[in-house]
Design a protein around this ligand. Structure first.
Ligand SMILES: Nc1ncnc2c1ncn2[C@@H]1O[C@H](COP(=O)(O)OP(=O)(O)O)[C@@H](O)[C@H]1O
Length: 226
């Protein structure tokens, strides 16, 4: 008899700022019961809580640079030590450097796991500047981005909680987006070739409608976690 052990999937979403990683990760979380781990969210929480890591990260984030691997890895390792990650994870915004990718491989290997799939959300840089400069989150529930980039003049309500006030991330402005895109191309885009070499890369066109991208992603996740 062959013993089959199903391992919880470890999925990575790769893509520049504004590619929709957060939106799609939240949708996958709901649909597949996975846990979204966003280093951006973890860092923003550390900044808001005023922890030493948050205080060190704040200025770098506001300038659109990358926070040091040391800080990011410490924050991520803490989060990965929590029991809910046993359901399987979607990493959103991590890894972003070759050092982080190597550290993740080591962390997973010690837990008897490996990356199940790294999914590259492929988009145009020009559209990203527009999207990111126009997006905002609900001030009441803080949930996600309410696609305000699709309707920038909308004074509407939050589709999750009905809130009517929206706030913008301090790093979502045209000046900083350029720096974030440059950091992405210099340090993160090379990971696409790295995961291709590992045999786990999947690419999807992420310029279309949110639901179409979610369906394409859902098909990949269903296949790789079967
Ligand atoms: N893995 C990471 N390594 C280094 N810095 C990170 C990492 N994740 C997030 N950050 C910091 O947080 C900022 C916001 O990241 P994130 O929320 O993923 O947004 P986006 O993908 O839209 O840029 C980044 O510009 C960077 O300063």
């Amino acid at each position: 008899m062959t013993e089959t052990t199903t391992r919880p999937p470890v999925l990575i979403l790769l893509g520049p700022p504004g590619a929709g990683k957060g939106t799609q990760a939240r949708m996958l979380e709901e649909r597949f019961g996975l846990v979204q781990l966003s280093t951006g969210d973890l860092l923003r929480a550390a900044v808001a809580a005023g922890t030493p890591a948050g205080m060190a990260a704040k200025a770098v984030m506001e300038a659109g640079g990358l926070v040091s691997d040391e800080i990011v890895l410490a924050i991520l390792a803490d989060r990965m030590a929590q029991p809910d990650v046993a359901r399987g994870i979607i990493l959103d915004g991590f890894p972003r450097t070759a050092g982080q990718a190597a550290a993740l491989d080591g962390l997973l290997e010690r837990a008897g796991q490996r990356v199940t799939a790294a999914i590259s959300l492929e988009v145009d840089d020009g559209a990203m500047v527009e999207r990111v400069s126009g997006r905002s989150t609900c001030a009441a529930c803080g949930e996600g981005y309410h696609d305000s980039f699709k309707q920038p003049a909308r004074a509407g309500t939050c589709d999750k909680c009905g809130g009517t006030e929206f706030k913008r991330r301090p790093d979502d402005n045209a000046d900083t987006v350029g720096a974030r895109l440059a950091a992405y191309h210099a340090q993160t885009a090379p990971l696409i070739a790295y995961y291709d070499g590992c045999g786990v890369l999947e690419r999807i066109d992420a310029m279309g409608a949110i639901d179409e991208i979610a369906s394409a992603l859902g098909r990949i996740v269903g296949r790789v976690s079967a």
